[in-house]
Design a binder for this molecule. Sequence first.
Ligand code: 13P
Ligand code: 13P
Ligand code: MG
Ligand code: MG
Ligand code: MG
Ligand code: MG
Length: 364
Amino acid sequence: VKTTVSVIKADVGSFPGHSRTHPKILEAAARRLKEAEGNLIIDSYVTHCGDDLELIMTHTRGEDDEEIHRLAWDIFMECAGIAREMKLYGAGQDLLGDSFSGNVKGMGPGVAEMEFEERGSDPVLIFMADKTEPGAWNYFLYKIFADPFNTSGLVIDPSLHEGFIFEVHDVMEKRRIRFSTPEESYSLLAYIGAPSRYVIKYVWKKNGIIAASTSTQRLSLIAGRYVGKDDPVMIIRAQSGFPAVGEVLDPFRTPILVAGWMRGSHHGPFMPVGVCDANCTQFDGPPRVICLGFQVCNGRLIGPADMFDDPAFDGVRLQCCELSNMMRAHGPFEPHRLSLSEMEYTTLPAVEKEFKDRWEDIPK
Ligand code: 13P
Ligand code: 13P
Ligand code: MG
Ligand code: MG
Ligand code: MG
Ligand code: MG
């Protein structure tokens, strides 16, 4: 029987402002999942990254299971109620639908799931981000599964030599395409280098075995208005035919710039932190990522290990602080502020609307 790992997340309200979830919300979510263990799900773990509530579940029901999605939706609704009682900020923020209809996709929550036959030992890493968008994973997934300067296993381990298949989603046109690496690496990069539109959804081994799965939901495209950032999650399997745990983590030593941060409208450095530091403070950020490591054992989650709670990542954190100073110095100027095409999905168009009748043609 196959094991499914489901990571379903939503911002149901936070304090103060958009900085973190409230302990009462984490407790309520954990209690509800515990109650479901033994019938609907096998095991669970609840955490947060910034203001996003993260539900990690294991079960045997496969991806897109109605009952699993309903459980997550019900928990988010209950937690949004707790947030409302405390007048937390943005209570119910990511819950865009009013009634559940079979699947949380398209309703606001982010979803990453994968179903697999457990190996003799199955290390699984779960990444959770705040104040950024799903395309933020693109760079890291490429480095992990396609860059031999990152993943030495691609060169020295015969079980990785054949490469991987990447499924890319065009989130604007709602279409998908698959690329095979290393043969089509350059073509893959032509798309995923534009992460606001082209997002890696899955990575597989060439025999079809799942290696990575991400959440690709774009809130503004669902809601048609600004509702914060999507704050994505990602599941990656490691070792024995996949990159080693350390090969999966090492790309996060590079401080790349991602879209999100304040008002979802700025580029800023993506900072890997331990769970105790997963609170977005400085200019509502900078964008952060945590990683929990588990061994999956007959559907049970052995762990977690807090993977970025390691002084080896202090260097990138310091670099992120320096980059943050550099980007912040731009104030309201690009490239700190997102490009105009991306600002379409923020609150800027409301400002432009005020002035639309004040514009005159420039005389010849
Ligand atoms: P150990 O000798 O610590 O088990 O390390 C093995 C390994 O392959 C690390 O990448
Ligand atoms: P979230 O998507 O994390 O709620 O961020 C919204 C925001 O506007 C932060 O400044
Ligand atoms: Mg929020
Ligand atoms: Mg448990
Ligand atoms: Mg958030
Ligand atoms: Mg958000």
